[in-house]
Design a protein around this ligand. Structure first.
Ligand code: PHE
Length: 345
């Protein structure tokens, strides 16, 4: 009987077949079980002489089933592993990855360059009060500069509110961050404020939303020389060139006096303008010494504190640095455009 059952176990082709053999041998009606039951009717001597063989049979069958079961399970696992093996040499299904947008990248670069010069990064709201965006910057209500800014005004007016809070606009420049910084912390101040700005304007070089970076220094004994050195150092680091030439052109902003428009020299390389050298001039930013009225509007004494400020279009900086020609493409979200300029892989 033992040889017969052990042969059936060894021959069981799978787990189901093995279980049938088990039931046939060790189940309630199984042959080994029946044999064990016969022991009840045996005499003591008979049980003593035959018992060990019967118990031994049950143990051998149980052990053989367990061993066969383990072997079959291992075989099943091996087969599954073989079937499900990944072929690492197959080409991957390339999911396009996101990347840092050139504008964000330039903002990061600016923060890094100015951090080295001791400037902190300041921020302000994009929905700004008329007072911060214009009045405190020496642009009173009747000032023509308000018309020049093509301002988006917000319809919600709070008639009960503080006069400063009454009219809200989408900030037309980052200069209101000057005001928020001067009213929010004591001088000396050295900050840049990169962020979104808005004007109702749209063509190849203007988008209704664009980006500026503001710079502000308030301290004692600050001169135009500090302004020029700071801009020169910044532009050299940004364009990664030593041959950066700056030209300060007298200009007018209500919030600076004197004011200067800053041009950077370019040269022609294969019919394209490249920053560096002085074959021609390109306007890159507006700047000047902070107007005493602005310092006073922020509650500081202009006799004690002076400073300079500048404002610069970030999108324009990015276009110049990376040779891009249509500003609107910045905001189309087209991955092919990013790839073309090496911003996405
Ligand atoms: N806010 C000005 C503009 O948007 C730029 C500027 C900033 C000029 C700071 C002078 C000083 O045109």
């Amino acid at each position: 009987l033992g040889e017969h059952i052990l042969a059936a176990i060894a021959a069981a082709p799978g787990l189901d077949a093995l279980d049938e053999v088990r039931v046939d041998a060790l189940g309630k009606q199984g042959r080994v079980t029946q044999l064990l039951k016969t022991m009840g009717a045996m005499s003591a001597e008979e049980r003593q002489s035959r018992g060990p063989a019967i118990h031994g049979l049950r143990e051998r069958v149980t052990a053989a089933i367990a061993a066969r079961k383990a072997a079959l399970e291992q075989a099943a696992l091996d087969a599954r592993l073989a079937a499900e093996t990944l072929d690492m040499t197959l080409p991957v299904d390339a999911t396009p990855a996101g990347t840092v947008h050139p504008v964000s990248q330039v903002m990061d670069e600016l923060a890094e360059i100015f951090a080295d010069l001791g400037f902190a990064v300041a921020t302000g709201p994009e929905i700004e009060t008329d007072w911060h965006n214009f009045t405190a910057l020496n642009i009173p209500e009747t000032h023509p500069a308000r018309a020049m800014h093509d301002t988006f005004y917000l319809a919600d007016v709070d008639p009960a509110g503080d006069e400063r809070e009454t009219f809200r606009v989408l900030r037309t420049h980052t200069s209101p961050v000057q005001i928020r910084t001067m009213t929010g912390q004591p001088p000396p101040i050295r900050i840049i404020a990169p962020g979104r700005t808005y004007r109702s304007d749209s063509d190849a070089t203007h988008t209704p939303m664009f980006h500026q970076v503001e710079g502000l220094v308030i301290d004692k004994g600050i001169t135009l020389g500090h302004l020029k050195w700071t801009l020169q150092t910044f532009l050299k680091a940004f364009f990664e060139r030593d041959d950066i030439v700056l030209r300060l052109r007298p200009s007018y902003f209500p919030f600076t006096e004197p004011s200067a428009e800053v041009d950077v020299g370019f040269s022609m390389v294969k019919g394209k303008r490249v920053i560096g050298g002085a074959e021609g001039w390109m306007e890159v930013l507006g700047s000047g010494m902070v107007h005493p009225k602005v310092i006073a509007a922020c509650g500081l004494d202009p006799a004690e504190w002076q400073g300079f400020a500048f404002g610069c279009g970030i999108d324009r900086l990015a276009m110049l640095k990376y040779g891009m020609d249509d500003l609107r493409a910045f905001f189309d979200g087209d991955i092919r455009w990013l790839k073309h300029y090496g911003f996405a892989s």
